[in-house]
Design a protein around this ligand. Structure first.
Ligand SMILES: Nc1nc2c(c(=O)[nH]1)N[C@H]1C(S)=C(S)[C@@H](COP(=O)(O)OP(=O)(O)OC[C@H]3O[C@@H](n4cnc5c(=O)[nH]c(N)nc54)[C@H](O)[C@@H]3O)O[C@H]1N2
Ligand SMILES: Nc1nc2c(c(=O)[nH]1)N[C@H]1C(S)=C(S)[C@@H](COP(=O)(O)OP(=O)(O)OC[C@H]3O[C@@H](n4cnc5c(=O)[nH]c(N)nc54)[C@H](O)[C@@H]3O)O[C@H]1N2
Ligand code: SF4
Ligand SMILES: [Mo]
Length: 705
């Protein structure tokens, strides 16, 4: 008789629950969690990726034993004790010389507990050089929302989306990238809510929209300012809320005055009448939510983009009550948790600044070590620091930068210069080619721990099956390295833990938002608990800012921001604007969905979306090959000629390696690269030419099925 073990889906930030049917540690099937009330995926619904979770788990090429490189890309198996000893010795020797030569990457793909431990390890070694993929994702949200509201997370939950009267989905292909979460939008529509979508493409999400604002990439601030212009001009803003709970309104009003819809139509390509209608619909709805994702954040002005939307939400008074709020939809299954637990170069767990002397002293007492107060490198800064010889050792737990970082040709050159790379993953990846030591991790379903979904909801996922070979839980691996480095005391100053629950108890003790979220409570309550949860008898928090914002003075700091476009705009040489997107059935760098036969069958390859007018100029038809070129690299894919994309814009999914094309220019505050807008050119190609381009690039699924 198979056991039904409750787990959390290992893919996206919706955090769907499902059961794994397990027989003696071997997975026989998945089952819907339709009998657990209150979970994010009501009724147990799953998307195609959730349904296919057992396929990658069983991949034949899973990592089973620690490996050591003999020469670049060739490995021999070694024992765990040899691997741990070597890693600890190397990390220790860099740390002795200068700890800032080291860079640590946490993982939004694994539990809270190992993420807590990796930042603790980095900090105890003396560096704040620790970051993770949130930098390529929602770092603009974290910094932008912190500036306006005092906290970087979703202010509400799915229930508020369902209860809203108007929802703006901004730069977010919600229906494809958070498919089960999109049900809450559809339920809101059932009770009459209006849906406004802001996207250069007519996406699956836009099919459901009442209004689709098809803007030109990188013009979001102009559009948001024009909407605020209309709302203020027509007196539709919430005077009382603005007066009582916000600062900075006058400057916003002055700034948006010049963004009249006619002028903004010229910048954005969105008809002025549509801008007026969207502004009026949103401001008069009564209860409004704005969701956003990568179309908004991945710009050199991502921080300002986010501040503009937060300001739009606040002037309408859409904060601190039911059916309202801002919902930046977090992408990875545990990216919220990795941020919460301090896998960021500027904060300890619970967003406590490393530069705040009092907080630093507290952690020095807690971990029993002197800690650095210098803000560390972000993901992209670390890659650039390798070029200058400043960073020499990388510890990567569960990231695949060779495919996911912007401007990958530049990254490849940097990685060749790196002295020492440890990679902790569940399968071989293109990044492994550069590794000196590879540590095999148990995958999510083979492991237990807590993770935090996009709604700040912390859930426990149980161990359902046996890991392959000698693969070990991520928390165990970091713990062994910590002990081998001599951090072996049994209290909070060491790395001696008996299980993941033990680590979570330490998190409870140092992370105010997680104080009451104990392993015992999570194991009992399968629907999870939303942080902040200050004590064990606290039920958790559905929405933030009921009475005050989390800024120093308790007010929302409205932001007046000016439009500025992407750093690279089309010109004669590169006449088109390129953006990069996702498919519902593929996930990121393909390490998991690329090993899922059912998903590969339905979503087998990338297509370049081209507007018919642009396609006609190069004489290309759907299905034919094109080569895309930017100032940084070349890529090839088959064309999909479609009127759903704006003229002058082309879109390509980045899952298969399109980051050779993208721009690694950074937002000055969020340090996010501009992966959603750069100049490109296209030409029609023969299959042979196209294959030649692709063969020169790292293959996303080495030796996969
Ligand atoms: N199936 C699937 N689901 C996923 C993922 C996945 O890889 N596959 N990844 C997860 C992760 S980590 C994340 S962060 C989320 C991302 O989720 P999304 O952000 O929804 O995903 P994207 O397709 O990258 O981008 C969203 C939209 O932004 C639009 N866009 C491009 N440029 C601009 C612009 O300048 N302005 C505006 N307003 N829109 C623009 C694109 O046309 C696209 O439709 O998805 C999560 N869910
Ligand atoms: N051009 C372009 N580039 C982008 C984006 C874009 O929209 N356009 N989006 C960006 C965004 S939003 C994100 S979030 C990043 C994602 O960038 P990455 O995080 O680098 O991408 P993933 O494929 O999710 O890589 C995670 C790695 O973790 C491994 N893994 C999975 N489970 C576990 C586990 O339990 N333990 C361990 N140790 N490893 C595990 C996987 O096999 C994989 O190698 O990419 C960014 N890159
Ligand atoms: S919506 Fe996200 S969490 Fe839910 S099944 Fe799909 S990938 Fe998994
Ligand atoms: Mo992401």
């Amino acid at each position: 008789m198979a056991e039904r073990i409750p787990v959390v889906c290992p893919y996206c930030g919706v955090g769907c629950r499902l059961y794994v049917l397990s027989e003696d540690g071997y997975p026989v099937n998945v089952d819907y969690a339709d009998d657990i009330p209150g979970i994010p995926n009501e009724g147990g619904k799953l998307c195609p990726k959730g349904n296919a979770v057992l396929e990658y788990i069983k991949a034949k090429d899973r990592l089973r034993r620690p490996l050591k490189a003999k020469e670049e890309g060739k490995f021999v198996e070694i024992s765990w004790s040899e691997a741990i000893k070597e890693v600890a010795e190397r990390l220790g020797s860099y740390a002795k010389d200068d700890p800032n030569q080291l860079m640590f990457f946490g993982s939004a793909r694994t539990f809270n507990e190992p993420n807590y431990l990796i930042q603790k390890l980095a900090r105890m070694l003396g560096t704040n050089n620790v970051d993770h993929c949130a930098r390529l994702c929602h770092s603009s949200t974290v910094s932008g929302l912190k500036a306006v509201f005092g906290a970087g997370a979703m202010s509400n939950t799915y229930r508020d989306i369902e209860e809203a009267d108007c929802i703006i989905v901004w730069g977010h292909n919600y229906a494809e990238t958070h498919p089960v979460g999109f049900r809450y939008v559809l339920k809101a529509k059932d009770h009459g809510a209006k849906l406004i979508v802001v996207d250069p493409r007519r996406t699956k999400t836009a099919w459901f929209a009442d209004l689709h604002l098809q803007l030109y990439p990188g013009t979001d601030i102009a559009l948001a300012n024009a909407m605020m212009h209309v709302i203020i001009r027509e007196n539709l803003y919430d005077r009382d809320f603005v007066f009582r709970r916000c600062t900075g309104f006058e400057e916003v009003a002055r700034t948006v005055e010049k963004y009249d819809p006619e002028r903004v139509e010229e910048i954005t390509g969105v008809p002025a009448g549509l801008i007026e209608e969207a502004a009026t619909t949103f401001a008069t709805a009564g209860r409004g939510v704005i969701t956003w994702a990568m179309g908004l954040t991945q710009h050199t002005h991502g921080h300002d983009n986010v501040r503009a939307l937060a300001t739009l939400s606040a002037i309408c008074g859409y904060q601190g009550r039911e059916g309202c709020g801002v919902a930046p939809m977090r992408g990875q299954n545990n990216v919220q948790g990795a941020c919460d637990l301090g896998v960021l170069p500027n904060v300890f767990p619970g967003y406590q600044a490393v530069t705040d002397e009092e907080r630093r002293k507290w952690f020095e007492g807690f971990w029993g070590r002197e800690l650095s107060g210098e803000v560390g490198y972000t993901v992209m800064e670390a890659a650039h620091a390798i070029e200058k010889g400043k960073v020499r050792g990388y510890y990567i737990m569960g990231e695949n930068p060779v495919i996911s970082d912007a401007n990958s040709n530049r990254l490849l050159r940097a990685l060749r210069k790196l002295d020492f790379l440890v990679l902790q993953d569940i399968v071989p990846t293109p990044t492994m080619e550069f590794a000196d030591i590879v540590l095999p991790a148990a995958a999510m379903l083979e492991n237990e721990g807590s993770l935090t979904n996009t709604e700040r909801r912390v859930q426990w996922s149980f161990r359902a099956i046996e890991p392959p070979g000698e693969a070990r839980p991520d928390w165990w691996i970091i713990g062994e390295i910590g002990k081998a480095l001599g951090f072996d005391s049994s209290g909070s100053g060491g790395f001696s833990y008996s299980d993941a629950s033990d680590v979570l108890r330490e998190i409870n003790a140092c992370t105010p938002q997680y104080r009451g979220i104990t392993p015992e409570r999570l194991r009992r309550n399968l629907a999870g608990i939303h942080w902040p949860c200050p004590s064990e008898d606290h039920p958790g928090t559905r929405f933030l800012y009921r009475e005050r914002f989390l800024t120093d003075d308790g007010k929302a700091h409205l932001a007046a921001v000016e439009h500025r476009g992407p750093v690279e705009t089309p010109d004669e040489e590169y006449p088109l604007m390129l953006t990069t997107v996702r498919y519902v059935g593929q996930y990121h760098t393909l390490t998991m969905t690329g090993r899922s036969p059912s998903l590969m069958k339905r979503w087998p390859m990338p297509y370049v979306e081209i507007n018919p007018a642009d396609a006609a100029k190069i004489g290309v038809r759907s299905g034919e090959w094109v080569i895309i070129e930017t100032r940084r690299g070349s890529y090839a894919a088959r064309a999909r000629v479609t009127g759903t994309i704006k003229e002058g814009v082309v879109a390509v999914p980045w899952h298969w390696g399109a980051n050779v094309l993208t721009n690694d220019a950074l937002d000055p505050v969020a340090k996010i690269p501009e992966t959603k807008a750069c100049a490109c050119r296209l030409r029609k190609a023969s299959e042979e030419e196209a294959r030649k381009v692709l063969d020169s690039l790292p293959a996303p699924v080495p030796g996969g099925e």
